[in-house]
Design a protein around this ligand. Structure first.
Ligand SMILES: Nc1ncnc2c1ncn2[C@@H]1O[C@H](COP(=O)(O)OP(=O)(O)OP(=O)(O)O)[C@@H](O)[C@H]1O
Ligand SMILES: O=C(O)c1ccc[n+]([C@@H]2O[C@H](COP(=O)([O-])O)[C@@H](O)[C@H]2O)c1
Length: 213
């Protein structure tokens, strides 16, 4: 099978993530997309992420529940260990030797990938599908893709999905102010955020969720 891996913090999952999954699925003829919530991402503050994993996972579950080719992969769902993409991808290749993996990411991730742990070891494990995002224009993307291909022998393809200026940060900020996040997240996620009062209180709330300034 051809499996797309949509890795993220998903704090919360939003329609930008889902559209990347959908376009990767169609344009590259993938069989399944696995949403991979990271447990304890090394690049985000541990104290900010504490206790939030359960909610992040539940929001992913609800967002994808009616789409048969979208699955959740809990390989990194461990709060007490840092999750590193090179390690996860090596392990997924060992667990599923018959399958081909496609790691889906946005432009911001493509431009910082050289700062990831043992990033060169990611390239033999998958094809990267890189989508445009925000301020990066297509020429910058093409140059970065060619650079990573030439220097590291990476397999990278441009993923052409609709440009959406949407981020989990904006959603958290709006929810914190009591503003609507309707249409930015699926209805089931919107309801979950409201029911659990995620992102709402001043300082850190009882769920340990981040509060953005
Ligand atoms: N609107 C978007 N367009 C393209 N790529 C996106 C978009 N939102 C997220 N991504 C990509 O999805 C992956 C997971 O993103 P993540 O879960 O960190 O969401 P985020 O919106 O970037 O979160 P935050 O605002 O908290 O940093 C990353 O590779 C990121 O580049
Ligand atoms: O392995 C690393 O060092 C590493 C550093 C930064 C990000 N990542 C992965 O990149 C994906 C997108 O990350 P993020 O921060 O945008 O949610 C997600 O799967 C992270 O685990 C991985």
């Amino acid at each position: 099978m051809k499996i797309g891996i949509m890795g993220g913090t998903f704090d919360p999952i939003h329609i930008g993530h889902l559209l990347l999954g959908e376009f990767a699925y169609e344009d590259f003829g993938l069989d399944e997309i696995w949403f991979l919530p990271n447990g304890n991402p090394p690049h985000k503050k541990a104290e900010d992420m504490k206790d939030a994993l359960r909610h992040r996972i539940e929001m992913v579950r609800r967002a994808i529940q009616n789409i048969p080719y979208f699955k959740i992969c809990l390989h990194e769902a461990n709060e007490s260990l840092h999750s590193y993409t090179y390690k996860t991808m090596q392990e997924l290749n060992e667990l599923y030797p018959e399958d081909d993996f496609y790691f889906i990411l946005g432009a911001d991730s493509l431009f910082t990938i050289e700062h990831w742990r043992y990033f060169e070891e990611i390239f033999p494990t998958c094809t990267i599908l890189a989508a445009m995002r925000d301020d990066k224009d297509i020429e910058d993307m093409r140059m970065q893709i060619n650079y990573l291909k030439q220097i590291y022998g990476a397999k990278i393809q441009l993923l052409q999905a609709p440009l959406l200026e949407i981020s989990s940060t904006v959603i958290r900020k709006r929810a914190a102010k009591g503003l609507s996040v309707h249409f930015m997240v699926p209805d089931a996620v919107d309801e979950y955020i409201k029911e659990n009062r995620l992102y709402v209180t001043k300082g850190k709330n009882k769920n340990g969720f981040r509060q953005d300034k």
